[in-house]
Ligand binder design. Structure first.
Ligand SMILES: NC(=O)c1ccc[n+]([C@@H]2O[C@H](COP(=O)([O-])OP(=O)(O)OC[C@H]3O[C@@H](n4cnc5c(N)ncnc54)[C@H](OP(=O)(O)O)[C@@H]3O)[C@@H](O)[C@H]2O)c1
Length: 259
């Protein structure tokens, strides 16, 4: 008789895992990634999915995210959501949808990444572009961190990471990338405050450099890091990062950039 009761208990305990994804309050961890439809973001989706995470894969245009949609179709732990960094209300709406659910890893990956451009070159600056670059690369990731902060606090060991250019404010020491590197320097600085708040709230906060990764589809050049190595390296850094290190910046290989 006791054996039958035990058997029923075992079946009941294992049932939720057998019928679908496991959510808040369970052992399954959740990661939210911005800009998941291509490049570094899409590789994060694949590697966290392989690790068994529930992956909230956000993209600004889900209808055009063919590769991501196909991937999510064959991986039940991947959910595709719309998130446009310039749409503040949309960010709040997505955070409201996930209200009360812990997010263990939040990766602020999406960004405008381009250059050299005439419009970003001192002497021929295009001032119409200013808001677009800063709203996307600086205001957007800051807003995402703030909107999903309660989800990070609800995690046992939450971490928010912002991808940056690697050499802090000196990144890319040539003309033609002014808006890119200045908007990244801005979010790096904003994240110092996020890190201070994180120390109080128990949320780990890091800025992360992926190395030079060929996501543009062209020929790789010497010194570029294979995308799989870059992403697995960054995931290892997230796992080892401690609350005491809040505000620090790391490269994908675990080294710290020179100031
Ligand atoms: N690749 C490198 O060598 C390198 C080096 C240093 C740092 N990083 C950083 O790593 C991150 C990813 O780089 P990547 O090479 O994978 O870039 P990427 O291939 O150009 O992809 C950028 C991603 O950001 C998305 N995005 C752009 N504007 C957006 C917006 N307003 N709202 C939401 N998503 C938006 C893009 O979506 P769409 O497809 O809709 O445009 C795309 O998914 C960036 O933060 C970049 O600065 C990269």
């Amino acid at each position: 008789m006791n054996r039958i009761v035990l058997l029923i208990a075992i079946v009941c305990i294992s049932l939720p895992a057998a019928v679908g994804p496991v959510y808040a309050g369970s052992a399954q961890q959740t990661v939210l990634i911005t800009g998941s439809n291509r490049g570094i973001g899409f590789e994060f989706v694949k590697q966290y999915s392989d690790k068994g995470f529930r992956v909230i894969a956000t993209t600004r245009t889900p209808a055009k995210a063919d590769d991501l949609n196909a991937y999510a179709k064959s991986h039940s732990n991947v959910i595709v959501e719309r998130l446009d960094l310039v749409d503040l209300e949309g960010i709040d709406a997505l955070a409201a949808k996930y209200s009360g659910q812990p997010i263990d890893v939040l990766i602020s990956n999406a960004a405008l990444l381009r250059g050299p451009d005439k419009g970003q070159t001192f002497g021929t600056m295009d001032y119409e572009w200013f808001d677009q670059w800063f709203h996307t690369n600086a205001r957007g990731p800051l807003k995402v961190a703030e909107a999903f902060w309660p989800n990070l606090v609800a995690s046992d060991n939450g971490i928010v990471a912002s991808l940056t250019t690697g050499q802090g404010r000196h990144g890319i020491p040539i003309l033609g990338f002014a808006y890119y590197k200045a908007s990244k320097a801005a979010i790096d600085n904003f994240f110092l405050d996020v890190a201070r708040k994180g120390k109080r709230d128990g949320v780990r906060v890091v800025t992360m450099s992926p190395g030079r990764v060929n996501t543009g589809g062209g020929q790789s050049t010497p010194g570029m890091v294979p995308i799989k190595d870059s992403i697995s390296g960054m995931i290892s850094v997230f796992e080892a990062f401690t609350l005491e290190q809040n505000g620090k910046s790391f490269r994908h290989d675990g080294t710290e950039p020179t100031p």
